[in-house]
Design a binder for this molecule. Structure first.
Ligand SMILES: Cc1cc2nc3c(=O)[nH]c(=O)nc-3n(C[C@H](O)[C@H](O)[C@H](O)COP(=O)(O)OP(=O)(O)OC[C@H]3O[C@@H](n4cnc5c(N)ncnc54)[C@H](O)[C@@H]3O)c2cc1C
Length: 545
């Protein structure tokens, strides 16, 4: 027999977003229940345990700001946190704020149904549980639905295969094995140098060459930690005034085309030596806006690849040629290009000679057979919409998320969806989330949602829904902003291009954190402009006008 409990808020997902939501909502006195498919907290950092998995935002930035004691006391040993370090940190947060008691682990939400008569969501899990709550918050993550390998013959493979986003907890030892890595996005680029050191031979199967910059990771300099921590309050505030939500990088002052060739080279060299992607993209004002400017930075990186990789043919294959730099997620690496100078590493071009099938003994491409003992799929995620669309989310009015988002996601501010009252998203599509330091964006969204729920309670209201017109205008604005940039030129997961058949829609908001946060704050200050507030479906009051 299934039991049914009632809560004020259901949170789906216990990554950094879901955890902060539990903490913040509990402080409002709300009864919260979270469900997490994994056996423990951490989200991204729970699942992605592949070798070399590491943050590409500096750890002093990529961390919660909501507790000054926490940010002062936590010690990050390196400039960029490794996956185990970040997971340790998230576990510490869960313990410190006693968050686990409200989470049911190893429990996947399968269905969420809205009832307009009671203004509540009923959620069903794969453990047979049914619970109801006034509000439901999807903290299901943007990069949490690993793209399943869909290659003929995989079942026949006699070796072992892995997906970087579902890595075995006990780790994998590739010593003495012939290994194939498929995919050269961030997960591939981070893992390849480490797998190469273990494997007897590593074959990297590359369809698209991506831009990668040196991370220049290092042990955390004591002085840097001391000054950063001393300046934390101002730095956290300043982060909201930067496009990507990351403080500490002086904003660019001029176009790349206003600088001489010599000046540009020395600017790019300095950024290359410093390490990090934000700093590099901040070289000039228009690297993501003007193709001619972008070309100067892209060509600089291609020259670096050509001088690093000794075999000219391999170097040329590694040079990205089909998208402007920065329009796909800019990767940070440690010794990625250098790895191709090893005798036991072979780069295989599967753009010109595609993979045809997996055989019992390995992989067959259009022109060769590769004998493999293990295959690593670094093929990414059904990003931004995958996790939500895996859940049967619908309303008693007959609207489902699958139908609503059939041609791509439509949201108001990436926070709510017209037709789905009382359903919030953390860093949903059409918010800047994935283009930012994501813990900052999670905190901003959770704070907005918590304030909103508080407002509704204070005003005796039980229902909030994005208005269709507001959503339409936001989607249009989102597209217009993207079209003013170079982003749509890339076949990236930002447009769903990595998933066959996914509608091509540019999903993140790229107008920057300051413009976005200002809009969210104004909407709230104006009594939740663009949202329809009410007590039940029949007696609604419009917030705006
Ligand atoms: C390899 C990798 C590296 C990254 N590096 C960076 C970085 O350097 N900087 C940065 O800002 N961001 C980075 N990100 C993005 C990262 O996802 C975010 O920073 C952040 O961890 C997202 O937290 P979240 O809580 O929103 O989502 P997630 O961490 O994805 O958590 C979502 C959780 O929801 C659960 N879930 C989903 N559906 C259901 C369901 N139906 N029922 C129950 N549970 C469900 C999932 O199991 C998951 O645990 C990286 C992502 C990846 C994959």
């Amino acid at each position: 027999m299934s039991e049914q409990e009632e809560f004020d808020v259901i949170v789906v997902g216990a990554g950094v977003g879901g955890l902060y939501a539990i903490h913040r909502l509990r402080k409002l006195g709300l009864k919260v229940r979270a469900f997490e498919a994994a056996a423990d907290v951490g989200g991204t950092w729970y699942w992605n345990r592949y070798p070399g998995c590491r943050c590409d935002v500096e750890s002093l930035e990529y961390s919660y700001s909501f507790s000054d004691e926490l940010q002062q006391e936590w010690r990050w040993p390196e400039r960029y946190g490794t996956q185990p370090e970040i997971l340790r940190y998230i576990n510490h947060v869960a313990d410190r704020f006693d968050l686990r008691r409200d989470i049911e682990f190893s429990t996947r939400v399968k269905q969420a149904v809205f009832d307009g008569a009671t203004n509540s969501w009923t959620v069903k899990t794969d453990t047979g549980k049914t619970v109801t709550a006034r509000y439901c918050i999807m903290a299901t993550g943007n990069l949490s639905t690993p793209r399943k390998p869909n290659i003929a013959g995989l079942d026949s493979f006699e070796g072992k295969w892995y997906h970087t986003g579902l890595w075995p907890h006990e780790g994998v030892d590739f010593t003495g094995l012939r290994v194939g890595v498929i995919g050269t996005g961030s997960s591939g680029v981070q893992s390849i140098p480490i797998i190469a050191k273990q494997a007897e031979h590593l074959y990297v199967f590359q369809r698209t060459a991506n831009f990668s910059l040196p991370a220049r990771n290092m042990p955390m300099p004591a002085e840097k930690e001391r000054t950063h921590k001393a300046e934390y309050p101002e730095r956290r505030r300043a982060a909201y005034d930067t496009p990507f939500g990351i403080a500490g990088h002086p904003p660019p002052v001029k176009s790349a085309l206003e600088a001489s060739e010599e000046e540009r080279q020395s600017a790019y060299e300095a950024k290359w030596a410093e390490g990090g992607s934000i700093s590099f993209l901040y070289s000039y004002t228009d690297l993501l806006l003007k193709k001619e400017s972008n070309d100067t930075a892209a060509e600089f990186v291609r020259r670096k690849i050509r001088t690093t990789v000794k075999d000219p043919k391999t170097a040329e294959l590694l040079c990205p040629d089909n998208h402007p730099i920065g329009t796909k997620r800019l990767i940070l690496d440690t010794d990625y290009y250098e790895t191709y100078n090893r005798d036991n590493v072979t780069l295989v071009d599967i753009r010109s000679k595609p993979i045809q099938e997996v055989t019992p003994a390995g992989l067959r491409t259009a022109d060769a057979d590769y004998a493999l003992d293990a295959i690593v799929f670094a093929t990414g995620f059904d990003a931004m919409t995958g996790a939500m669309k895996e859940i049967d989310i619908h309303t008693d009015a007959g609207l489902s998320i699958q139908a609503k988002w059939e041609d791509g996601p439509r949201t108001y501010l990436g926070l709510m969806i017209a037709g789905f009252p009382n359903l919030f998203m953390i860093t949903g599509p059409q918010s800047p989330g994935v283009k930012t330091q994501m813990i900052l964006s999670c905190e901003q969204h959770v704070n907005w949602i918590a304030d909103c729920i508080q407002y509704l309670r204070d005003h005796g209201l039980t229902r909030i829904e994005a208005e269709q017109n507001a959503e339409n205008a936001w989607v249009q604005h989102n597209n217009e902003v993207a079209d003013r940039t170079l982003y749509p030129l890339a076949n990236s997961w930002y447009v769903g291009a990595n998933i066959p058949g996914k509608p091509r829609v540019f999903m993140p908001y790229v107008g920057g954190v300051p413009a976005y946060k200002k809009k969210c704050d104004e909407v709230a200050a104006n009594g939740y402009e663009g949202f329809c507030l009410g007590t039940c479906a029949e007696e609604q009051r419009f917030a705006a006008n």
